[in-house]
Design a protein around this ligand. Structure first.
Ligand SMILES: [Zn+2]
Length: 252
């Protein structure tokens, strides 16, 4: 009699309701179900009994855990030129396969929650945030919407000798944002406020941003153009270079 048949008769291997072959871990006695990729056929399961193979948890016992290893050293050891994939590229077929692989599948609620929490936690770490912002900064895919009126206004001023660049990127380690127009040479900032900037909530946001921009760029002038009533406001009071909190009076 073959070893497989003997194992079946002895009840050492059996098929569960799904038709997968199972055995018990010789160490913890837990049921191990053969799944695609690992132990699948009755021959495999039978062979793993002869070899005395343990379950995934029992294999790890007594071995160093990932967290106990020197992660930094490991990271350096396989980074850059030492990385096995250094200089290599995935083929288009592989990329296509990878894209299709998870298409249409959905994560369950718990996994989503876990992911969300871990991303949020990570983004609070200064080093992660810095990396993220630098990546965004370098991304050529990032497109920023421009207002039609914003571009017209800037070109009007540029005809007068200014050199406003639309959507000028300002970035710190903690944040990345755009000013609607920046003239590097004259060091002048122009913000174009469309209708929604008049909401109280948005105004507060704008003021906070404005102060950050002033702190970073140290502009000579910071102009806000209110597109609703067509008025300009100078936001830097010359005495203390702080954001002027007085909002320009409405015309009419
Ligand atoms: Zn076990």
């Amino acid at each position: 009699m073959s070893k497989v048949s003997q194992h079946i008769i002895d009840g050492l291997i059996w098929q569960n309701a799904d038709g997968n072959w199972c055995k018990k871990c010789p160490s913890c006695n837990r049921e191990i179900v053969g799944k695609d990729g690992s132990v699948t056929t009755k021959f495999n399961v039978s062979h793993s009994i002869i070899k005395g193979k343990l379950c995934h948890s029992c294999i790890k016992v007594g071995k160093p855990t990932w967290s106990s290893l020197n992660r930094e050293e490991f990271g350096q050891r396989i980074s850059g030129k030492n990385h096995p994939f250094y200089g290599k590229h995935h083929t288009n077929e592989f990329k296509e396969w990878q894209r299709n692989r998870r298409m249409g599948t959905q994560l369950n609620g718990e996994t989503k929650k876990k992911l969300s929490v871990s991303v949020k936690n990570a983004m609070h770490r200064p080093d992660v945030r810095k990396k993220h912002i630098e990546a965004l900064h370098q991304s050529k895919w990032l497109k920023v919407r421009t207002d039609k009126g914003q571009l017209e206004l800037l070109s009007k001023w540029n005809n007068l000798g200014f050199k406003f660049e639309p959507n000028y990127q300002v970035h710190t380690d903690k944040a990345l944002f755009y000013v609607d127009g920046y003239d590097k040479e004259h060091n002048v900032v122009m913000e174009y406020d469309s209708k929604y900037h008049n909401k109280t909530h948005q105004k507060q946001k704008d003021l906070a941003r404005q102060q950050i921009v002033i702190d970073i760029l140290q502009p000579k002038k910071f102009w806000r153009y209110d597109s609703v009533n067509g008025s300009f406001m100078e936001c830097i009071s010359q005495k203390n270079k702080k954001t002027a909190t007085v909002v320009a009076e409405r015309k009419g």
